[in-house]
Design a protein around this ligand. Structure first.
Ligand code: ADP
Ligand code: ZN
Ligand code: MG
Length: 475
């Protein structure tokens, strides 16, 4: 019998606010344990939470970017459970009135577009972190993360295989980074994924019993864990076993999912509205302002770059998915830069230079003006395409403009025929063996001669003239 998998994801994304959800403590990552805490986020008695407006705004921003309905009225609830990383004994979350409902994200797998529904997006606070590594029979609790604003994005069970799940995660990550609400850093845990998965006979309408795989922080883990779990469930069904609804953990060392605990139900958490926090009224005007501020999203940009600028798919994809790269690229166009040439420089030399220094595009030291000026020098024949690479790197390192670099380094292209002819003659005169072999039919040697002339002129000779002269003198 044929089976199909059914997958729904719950994604937690840390919001890029400077301060925590209900207090003024810093959200900075990587500080000494418990240096970013206060009575509110440590859960001491007698304190009152104060809502972080920016966090609410970021969730609405996310909902607007993911085609959700933004709730007019929303409320926080207490989710009660006991664990050492949760000092209050409850997490402030949202239950029956989340900020966003019913949205969708379109993904593309093997050129086919598929729409994945979103059930809801809600706002909550993160828990602290238990530390067991490097300790002797002790556990420590770091509360720096306790109270950091977190949004949970829940999908409909619309995903059918691990690859779709990974594509969805990637698309979601691109969007949250683009709109500036989450840095998407999975290694540092700013983006984490719980995957729900079940299997059912193909053609059956009802879903099978699902398991939930907790807290995966890389695309690879999501893919591997789902592949394993689908195989495990299929094998169990074939052997006549029943799938138990439970929470499982991905063990990356062994490459298996392991049972962690039986599934808890909503009523286990004793949800109730948090009496310390007022309900949120989201005004239509605020929502509209946030919507207007988002502007054009990566999918729309990508479509426009392909249709209007005729960029190849890979260029359109790369340039549209980063907010800073696309803004930079669009400014190059506004200054009169040619789209394909600009795309090549951005994705080639600029990406390489940034990558060498581990820099994001947001920290790019070059301005669009630098590139446009340099492209102008190439177009006018002042410098060759090859020299442009040197100029580009020098502009990147020094911040000087193209004209200054060319002048200071004496990089103007050599285009006077008589001057180049002299060097060509000299090269041919000192390579009689190569000349003989070339004339006897070894055409590959043309590359050698061109290389020699370029070396003599430090790459400045106009390559077109060099080629013409060599042909003339050798034939
Ligand atoms: P729970 O009551 O266990 O919290 P929900 O209905 O709230 O379950 O769904 C949680 C997540 O699991 C959602 O992403 C949803 O799409 C997904 N999901 C629900 N039922 C199934 C199923 N049978 N198989 C796979 N995923 C499912
Ligand atoms: Zn605090
Ligand atoms: Mg649920």
């Amino acid at each position: 019998m044929d089976y199909e998998a059914v997958i729904g994801l719950e994604i937690h994304a840390q919001l890029l606010t400077d301060t925590k959800m209900f207090c003024g403590c810093s959200t900075k990552f990587g500080s000494e344990p418990n240096t970013q805490t206060c009575p509110v986020c440590m859960g001491l008695p007698g304190v009152l939470p104060v809502m972080n407006r920016k966090a609410v705004e970021y969730v609405i921003r996310t909902g607007a970017a993911m085609n959700c309905e933004i709730a007019g009225r929303s409320r926080f609830a207490r989710k009660n459970y006991f664990y050492p990383d949760l000092p209050k004994g409850y997490q402030i979350s949202q239950y029956e009135l989340p900020l966003c409902n019913r949205g969708h994200i379109d993904i593309s797998v093997d050129g086919v577009t598929k729409r994945i529904g979103l059930t809801r997006i809600h706002l909550e606070e993160d828990a602290g972190k238990n530390i067991h590594e490097g300790t002797r029979n002790e556990s420590f609790v770091d509360l720096n993360r306790a109270g950091v604003p977190l949004m949970e994005i829940v999908t409909e069970p619309d995903i059918r295989n691990p690859r779709e799940a990974v594509e969805f995660m990637k698309k979601l990550r691109t969007i949250v980074r683009f709109i500036g609400v989450c840095d998407g850093n999975m290694e540092q845990g700013s983006l984490r994924c719980d995957a729900n998965v079940s299997v059912r006979p193909a053609g059956q309408d009802e879903f099978g019993v699902k398991t939930e795989i907790k807290n995966m922080n890389s695309f690879r883990f999501v893919e591997k864990a789902l592949e394993y779990e689908i195989r495990r469930q299929l094998r169990a069904l074939k052997e006549g076993e029943r799938i138990i609804q439970e929470t499982r953990l991905w063990n990356a060392d062994r490459g298996v999912t392991e049972s962690m605990r039986s599934k808890e139900e909503a009523h286990d958490y004793r949800y109730f509205p948090d009496p310390d926090l007022m309900p949120i009224e989201v005004g239509a005007l605020w929502t509209e302002q946030i919507r207007a501020d988002i502007g054009e999203l990566p999918d729309a940009k990508k479509a426009r770059y392909s249709a209007e600028l005729k960029l190849p798919e890979q260029d359109a994809d790369a340039l549209s998915s980063d907010r800073y790269a696309s803004a930079w690229f669009e400014e190059v166009l506004a200054l009169g830069g040619e789209p394909k040439a600009a795309a090549n420089w951005i994705r080639g030399d600029l990406a390489r230079l940034l990558n060498e220094e581990n820099r994001e595009f947001a920290q790019c030291p070059l301005t669009p003006c630098h590139l446009v000026d340099m492209l102008g020098l190439v177009d006018r024949g002042t410098i060759s395409g090859k020299i442009a690479k040197t100029v580009f790197e020098e502009m990147y390192r020094s911040g000087k403009d193209a004209g200054t670099v060319v002048k200071e380094k004496g990089l103007v292209q050599m285009s006077d025929e008589a001057g180049i002819a002299k060097i060509v003659d000299a090269v041919l005169a000192r390579s009689p063996g190569e000349v003989e072999r070339y004339r006897a039919g070894d055409a590959k040697l043309m590359g050698f001669f061109v290389g020699q002339v370029m070396k003599e002129t430090k790459g400045k000779a106009n390559p077109k003239i060099v080629n013409e002269l060599l042909k003339k003198k050798l034939d």
